[in-house]
Design a protein around this ligand. Structure first.
Ligand code: ADP
Length: 311
């Protein structure tokens, strides 16, 4: 990339997704024969770490995997993606996180996630990485790890004036204390609805929800709106940044791509609106390809796409 590679710390989940294609979703008590089986690395933390690393950042991932074959393969995947694995703990007792996913012919799915060692990622694990957090350009978190660990990380980052991006996924409510310490909050429409108590289904309701979250103490709210792009809400202004038009093939992990892109753009010193525009391009590119991590673009992919686009 054009600027020196910034340091980004991602604190979050790592899963192995096990996907079985099936003619239909079985009913309770039923056994049916499925079709192909694929096993792919996933977890919002891991997806966002890979997204940021592909875009050229120096990424340290703080996570916890089991001492099992899934943990082995997750670590190999992080190393292949040039992620610093020094602060990834191996839990001696708890298995790695897995997601069991069934997808039918219409693309409908049912998913059960067993968080495993992700649920054991502790404030202590994060504290061990204090030296690298202190000097990071940006810290990026999601909500697939214990909330106490999220709260500890955010306070630690705050104490060193390191900006924090919290992608509040999966959707839940958050304490006022935590909201007060967030620099950038990046909910999608569902998450914005749950966090603000205001049903979000268009730009105008996204603005109302965003303003409410600003009143609750968040510095900047960026509501992602799928193909419509993202709405940036601060105390002073609201601005819709449209996403470029693409043919969507698989929208899995669009939010993860967006957040990885946002972290890299902010860390390289882009302005807020430029950073959201960059993140939109990363999110849009990711939906043009199948899969979560395989669809994450490189910095050159994004530059080429931006140069060929009119948005
Ligand atoms: P999530 O995946 O968390 O539900 P969104 O669906 O809002 O989040 O998508 C996140 C971002 O990915 C959007 O803000 C946009 O930048 C990009 N994106 C998602 N879907 C599309 C699409 N169909 N066309 C273009 N960009 C998209």
């Amino acid at each position: 990339m054009s600027q020196s590679n910034p340091n980004i710390v991602v604190v979050g989940s790592s899963n192995t997704d096990m996907v079985v294609k099936t003619p239909r979703i079985p009913v309770k008590g039923e056994t049916i024969l499925g079709r192909e089986f694929i096993m792919v690395p996933g977890g919002k933390g891991a997806n966002q770490a890979v997204a940021a690393s592909r875009l050229g950042a120096q990424v340290t991932f703080i996570a916890r995997v089991g001492n099992d074959i899934f943990g082995d393969s997750s670590l190999s995947n992080f190393i292949a993606n040039r992620i610093n694995t020094r602060y990834i703990q191996r839990d001696p007792e708890t298995p790695s996180g897995v997601a069991l996913i069934f997808v039918d012919e219409h693309g409908e799915n049912v998913i059960v996630v067993a968080p495993g060692s992700n649920a054991k990622l502790s404030p202590d694990d994060v504290q061990q990485a204090e030296a690298i957090i202190r000097t990071a350009a940006v810290i990026l978190l999601q909500l697939e790890i214990p909330i106490a660990t999220v709260e500890y990380t955010v306070s630690l980052a705050q104490s060193y004036n390191v900006p924090v991006i919290l992608n509040p996924a999966p959707a839940t409510t958050l304490s006022p204390n935590l909201l007060h310490e967030i620099t950038y909050l990046t909910p999608n429409e569902t998450e914005a609805s749950i966090l603000s108590g205001i049903k979000v289904n268009d730009t105008s309701t996204a603005e109302t929800a965003g303003k409410k979250l600003i009143e609750l103490g968040v510095e900047t709210v960026i509501v992602t709106l799928g193909a419509a792009g993202a709405l940036v809400v601060t105390a002073e202004t609201t601005k819709l940044i449209p996403a470029p038009k693409v043919t969507a093939v698989d929208t899995t992990a669009a939010g993860d791509a967006f957040n990885g892109g946002l972290a890299v753009a902010l860390a390289t010193g882009k302005s807020l609106l430029e950073a959201v525009q960059f993140a939109n391009y990363v999110g849009a590119l990711s939906v043009t390809k199948m899969g979560a991590q395989p669809s994450m673009p490189t910095y050159d992919d994004v530059m080429r796409f931006m140069a060929n686009s009119n948005t």
